[in-house]
Design a binder for this molecule. Structure first.
Ligand code: BG6
Length: 510
């Protein structure tokens, strides 16, 4: 069974996957928000689509005193609220019959002993996936306790065909390169790298995966995808909402750590990477790491000059709701200097893209909710139309819309009928307009892949550390005497206008 489009794929790439096997999914942090909003709805929808083996089990682990029935009731409500396909009672009954609750403190080794006993029972699935939906400072603790209970895989032979054990780790993975390195070290003491699945949910989005398909399954765009034809690339992940109830976490993180380090860097890697040698996970992840390594080690003064940091003040959000001043949000320091908007211009200094600016922008409380990549091509030579029109002749641009209105469009210039003039046109492709595709939620795809042992859409240890190298530089620049001012913007502001806009210097278009 696969995520085949009902409209019929011309070619299936996961046909080589092993048949589904029963798995025991152990979710640490089972009463938390992530479990309710993402993990359980995803497992439910995998059941609905026949992608979770019927003999699988889901074991929630948390401290609260809940009976199995109470646990199931809570999750039913969560699923009804958050499943993108709604809730079908028949599917829920099938799924909830496999749901169990294991009460215990994650610091208590006896919980892990009980889990190991459960996994060892002859009627349990022999393979296990451990999902760490816990606070980031507990990732190492849980991994260690699992290993102590004999559930780890460090040092296990890659050819070992015994039952598998896999660890899924949520973001944030560390808070800087140093802590990410230490966490990698700790996890590697407990699990083999091939069994560690570090999540960046952006990689589970269909339109993000499409970047690889689109770039390398077509011959039209790839010849233009380089410094000769591309003037600049803009990557936006813009949000209209504020930080809501996440002040405690967010005020320590800020937009750079929360979004740039992971989601935007991943979009950058997929946009700038070279074609991988094969479609296997290591070939793809190797090319992504190469992109990160090709980002220069900018001096602090340079990073300060290449970046914008902003913080929202109260105002009317784009959806009409009033947003409080960031500094008045719950659990935020009243004098907070944390950025809720970050923009950074960088270069990927390799043969393909040397000199091409990549502008990354992300923020909360902005005028629109959009994630997209815009590839701006250079203008044609000035011999014909460009000679007449100069700046009015807009260069071609390819927009890859991640969300909402998932799709792509290519803008071009064409003749105005009945007059000797030029006007803009668009070639548009929208996934939703076709209406026939099933769009799995990102977590659905990621869980299915982790269960199948496919790590393509997960972050490799060195990728996490390299991404932090960039952000550590930026944070150091912002803490230095050259730091750009923290711009206060009114909620609902546009990142294209002052005070948030920043100019991309003219690019040599020789
Ligand atoms: C999370 C960030 O990783 O991604 C949030 O912590 C952000 O701050 C969210 O809102 C955005 O994800 P999506 O899928 O809604 O674009």
């Amino acid at each position: 069974m696969s995520y085949k489009s009902p409209a019929g794929a011309i070619c299936e790439l996961d046909a080589g996957r092993l048949p589904l096997e029963p798995v025991l999914v152990a979710v640490f942090g089972a009463t938390g928000d992530l479990t309710h909003r993402k993990i359980i709805p995803a497992l439910y929808n995998l059941t609905r689509n026949g992608l979770l083996h019927p003999a699988s089990m889901v074991v929630g682990i948390a401290r609260r005193p809940l009976s199995e029935e109470e646990f199931r009731t809570q999750l039913r409500e969560a699923c009804a609220q958050h499943s993108h396909t709604g809730l079908d009672q028949r599917v829920w009954e099938e799924f909830s019959a496999r749901l169990f609750y294991l009460r215990g403190d994650i610091d208590d080794q006896s919980v892990y002993v009980r889990l190991a006993e459960l996994i060892a029972r002859p009627d349990s699935p022999r393979n296990a996936l451990f999902y760490l939906a816990v606070a980031p400072d507990q990732f190492g603790l849980v991994a260690r306790r699992l290993a102590t209970a004999g559930l780890g895989t460090a040092g296990r032979d890659a050819e070992d065909v015994g039952p598998w054990r896999r660890l899924v780790v949520e973001k944030p993975f560390g808070t800087d390169a140093h802590s990410a390195h230490a966490l990698n070290h700790l996890l590697h003491d407990c699990f083999a790298e091939r069994d560690i699945f570090r999540i960046d949910h952006y990689l589970g989005k269909e339109t993000v995966q499409n970047l690889i398909y689109f770039r390398f399954a077509n011959s039209v765009f790839e010849p233009l995808w380089n410094r000769r034809y591309v003037a600049r690339v803009e990557i936006d992940v813009l949000e209209t909402g504020g930080i809501g109830t996440r002040g405690g976490y967010y005020d320590k993180a800020g937009a750079a750590r929360d979004m740039l380090q992971n989601h935007l860097v991943q979009l950058l890697c997929l946009t700038a990477m070279e074609p991988p040698a094969t479609l296997d996970p290591e070939s793809i992840r190797e090319e992504k790491v190469k992109v990160l390594r090709a980002i220069p080690d900018y001096a602090l003064t340079e990073l300060a000059a290449r970046s914008v940091r902003g913080q929202y003040a109260g105002g009317r959000a784009a959806d009409g709701r009033e947003l409080p001043d960031y500094r008045a949000e719950a659990k935020v320091t009243p004098s907070s200097q944390t950025e809720t908007y970050a923009a950074l211009r960088l270069e990927v200094d390799n043969w393909r893209f040397a000199g091409v600016p990549f502008v990354l922008r992300t923020g909360k409380a902005l005028d629109r909710q959009t994630s997209e990549i815009r590839v701006h091509f250079k203008r044609p030579p000035e011999t014909l139309f460009a000679g007449y029109c100069r700046d009015k002749l807009e260069p071609n641009a390819l927009v890859v819309r991640i969300q909402p209105e998932e799709g792509m469009w290519l803008s071009f210039n064409s003749k105005v009928p009945g007059a000797a003039g030029l006007k803009r046109g668009d070639l548009r492709f929208s996934y939703r307009e076709r209406g026939s595709d099933y769009f799995p939620e990102a977590y659905e795809r990621l869980l299915a892949d982790a269960i199948a042992g496919d790590s393509t859409l997960f972050i490799r240890f060195d990728e996490a550390e390299e991404a932090w190298r960039l952000i550590d530089g930026l944070e150091a620049a912002w803490a230095s005497e050259w730091a750009p001012p923290l711009v206060r913007y009114v909620a609902g502001a546009s990142p294209d206008e002052p005070p948030l806009a920043f100019a991309v210097p003219a690019v040599c278009e020789a």
